[in-house]
Design a protein around this ligand. Structure first.
Ligand SMILES: [Zn+2]
Length: 630
């Protein structure tokens, strides 16, 4: 393909003329991490005259100009012991202008960075917090060498290659020096560090090596249950079976178990920076509710980091990113992450289907789909992460769940067209360049390549298929994948096990979304969003209002659910008392459909592709018995 001409190899230092270029030296001092502050000492090779230094603005994986320049503080520049004045660029606030005096070949920068998310026990250094390098040069061409020191006794997880003696399994504190690399690879190689740490070698028979670096807020947090470890081992095998050889030299899952709720991940070529609630793995239900996180971020090493939309494969972190293909970058990854979670056992096939039902129902109930395509949510990705009020009308980063349903549609369509002889794995083989391995490398693609690669699997009007589903306005969700998969989306009066586990881990938000059409905040009483066109919208409920009473009873979740259940047989509307700032109002809500929670039911007589999709590709016995290679 045309786009494949532009293959960028990211690991150059030490192998070429590049090695002769003087290195930036950056020392990251994390000794104050528990106090939410970190420091850097940076030596930058320069020549005399005007100099523009910059710090990352568009952060890979964020798909937005979210670089934390506002947290970078205490900046000073010196040369030969003398302070150099600096001025921030008036337009690009990430750039710093200096004049290097004659005869000076290296300047020293000191900076501090405020890190409000650090805790007493753990910290994550994503390098944009500290990086400073010459502007206007592709970041893959700037050599840099890093070192770090962490609080005494804290362990370190990272994909960077240490060159000073250091055993991360036995934390010692002190300074660790890493092999020279490029600004691009350093930015792509975070450091997670913490007081409570355990590094698990996953699928140790396989080369390259995989590690799960677990950090917690207490010693017991990092002791992982045997069943969870078994699922993680199987994940390595299942990914290899689906994607072929890797594009990393070793892979580190960095995992912070912290806080009550929330969590998330950021993908990198050779690692991922993940967080889950402190209790996120303590029970099978909690593991299930967050089962797609690690498979999702791991999948990104192939889809997102190695194969990357041309608009996201920018030469530096100043060039704006274009998100129009995020329905592949994130959407396909979301689908594959969910599939791998099922195949490695982190979620059962039944719960995998329940999760799919919840995504489908949520997208179907997202009213903004009446004016905005999935493709538009991708194009506008960098401005979408807004608040909860009327979020269903704005739409959010819907290219994730919409992409999941789209790629299920693609998968089942391939199966249907080929009488089950081919499936999405065949597409991945073509898309991932026949599954051959490389060191970290970026191979950009465009829309036409996706169409061509699908046509290589099976001839079809894929351009029409994708254009319609991605860029068309569809007031109802695409259920084709679920239905071709042998199932149907239905609503029942009780939440599925998956939805219950998800609500227990994440909060009540969508509990009554599919019935009366309100989303609730963590307190369970304040309305965070009102579904446009739904019953509560018609009754003029508004986000921010607090439910005080329902059907004559003081508000509680039980009282609300009892009233919704009774609505089926009641002829009168439901009566609410709502508090809106200082006002209290009586509102009638005309609703009679009872409780509504999504699930999937089998359509007899159709092939059960959805069941096949959730089945492991690798026999469990083999995964445990340790063959060589993947
Ligand atoms: Zn992602």
């Amino acid at each position: 393909m045309l786009t494949r001409k532009y293959v960028f190899s990211l690991v150059l230092v030490g192998t070429s003329a590049f090695a002769q270029k003087p290195l930036i030296q950056i020392h990251a001092d994390l000794s104050d991490a528990p106090r939410k502050m970190l420091h850097a000492e940076i030596d930058i090779p320069v020549s005399a005259g005007p100099l523009v230094l910059t710090t990352p603005k568009w952060i890979p994986g964020h798909h937005s100009p979210s670089g934390p320049v506002a947290d970078i503080t205490g900046i000073t520049f010196t040369a030969d012991g003398k302070t150099l004045p600096w001025r921030r660029d008036d337009v690009d606030l990430y750039e710093f202008h200096l004049t290097v005096p004659a005869g000076v070949h290296s300047i020293h920068a000191h900076l501090d960075s405020i890190a409000a998310a650090f805790t007493n026990n753990l910290a994550v250094l994503e390098w944009e917090k500290l990086l400073l390098y010459p502007a206007g040069i592709p970041v893959r061409e700037i050599p840099i060498q890093a070192s770090v020191n962490v609080p005494d006794g804290w362990g370190i997880g990272t994909s960077l290659t240490p060159i000073s003696a250091y055993d991360p399994q036995h934390p010692a504190g002190g300074m660790v020096r890493y092999a020279a690399t490029t600004v691009e690879m350093l930015e792509d190689s975070p450091i997670m560090t913490g007081r409570y740490f355990h590094e698990y070698a996953l699928a140790p028979e396989i080369t390259p090596k995989h590690y799960m670096d677990v950090f917690g807020e207490a010693p017991e947090d990092v002791e992982i249950r045997a069943t969870v470890l078994d699922h993680w081992n199987r994940l390595i095998y299942e990914a290899g079976a689906m994607y072929g050889a890797p594009h990393y030299r070793s892979y580190h899952f960095l995992l912070a178990l912290r806080g009550m709720r929330g969590g998330g991940g950021l993908e990198h070529h050779e690692s991922s920076d993940n967080s889950l609630p402190e209790r996120g793995l303590t029970t099978d239900d909690n593991e299930m509710a967050a089962s797609d996180l690690l498979p999702h971020e791991f999948t990104h090493s192939w889809n997102g980091k190695y194969r990357r939309p041309a608009g996201l494969a920018t030469p530096d972190y100043a060039t704006p990113m274009r998100g129009d293909l995020l329905w592949v970058y994130e959407g396909l990854t979301d689908y594959l992450g969910a599939v791998l979670a099922a195949r490695c056992g982190s979620i059962s096939p039944e719960h995998f289907r329940e999760a799919m039902a919840l995504d489908a129902a949520t997208m179907d109930a997202t009213s903004g789909r009446a004016w905005r395509s999935t493709g538009d949510t991708a194009i506008a990705a960098s401005v979408l992460r807004g608040g909860a009020a009327w979020a269903n009308w704005r739409r959010s980063t819907d290219y994730y769940p919409e992409g999941k349903l789209l790629w299920l549609d693609v998968d089942t369509t391939i199966r249907k067209l080929t009488s089950d002889q081919k499936n999405l794995r065949d597409f991945m083989t073509v898309f991932l360049n026949k599954g051959g391995g490389t060191t970290p490398t970026v191979v950009p693609y465009d829309f036409n390549e996706i169409v061509n690669d699908l046509n290589e699997v099976v001839k079809y009007d894929w351009a029409g298929f994708l254009n319609d589903r991605v860029y068309g306005i569809h007031p109802r969700v695409d259920l084709e994948g679920i239905e071709q998969g042998g199932y149907q989306l239905v609503y029942r009066d009780k939440p599925s096990d998956y939805e219950k586990a998800s609500m227990a881990l994440r909060g009540p938000s969508k509990d009554v979304w599919f019935s009366i059409g309100v989303a609730l905040e963590q307190d369970g009483a304040t309305i965070s969003d009102v579904r446009v066109g739904g019953p509560a919208d018609k009754a003029k409920f508004s986000p921010g209002e607090k439910i005080i009473a329902v059907n004559g009873r003081i508000y509680s979740k039980d009282a609300l659910h009892a009233a919704i259940r009774q609505s089926r047989t009641a002829s009168a509307p439901m009566h609410f008392i709502l508090q809106n700032e200082t006002l209290v109002t009586l509102v009638d809500l005309d609703y009679h459909d009872g409780e509504r929670y999504p699930t999937l039911v089998r359509t007899e007589g159709r092939p059960a592709y959805l069941d096949d999709i959730a089945k492991p590709l690798v026999e469990q016995r083999r995964a445990q018995a340790a063959p060589s290679g993947q």
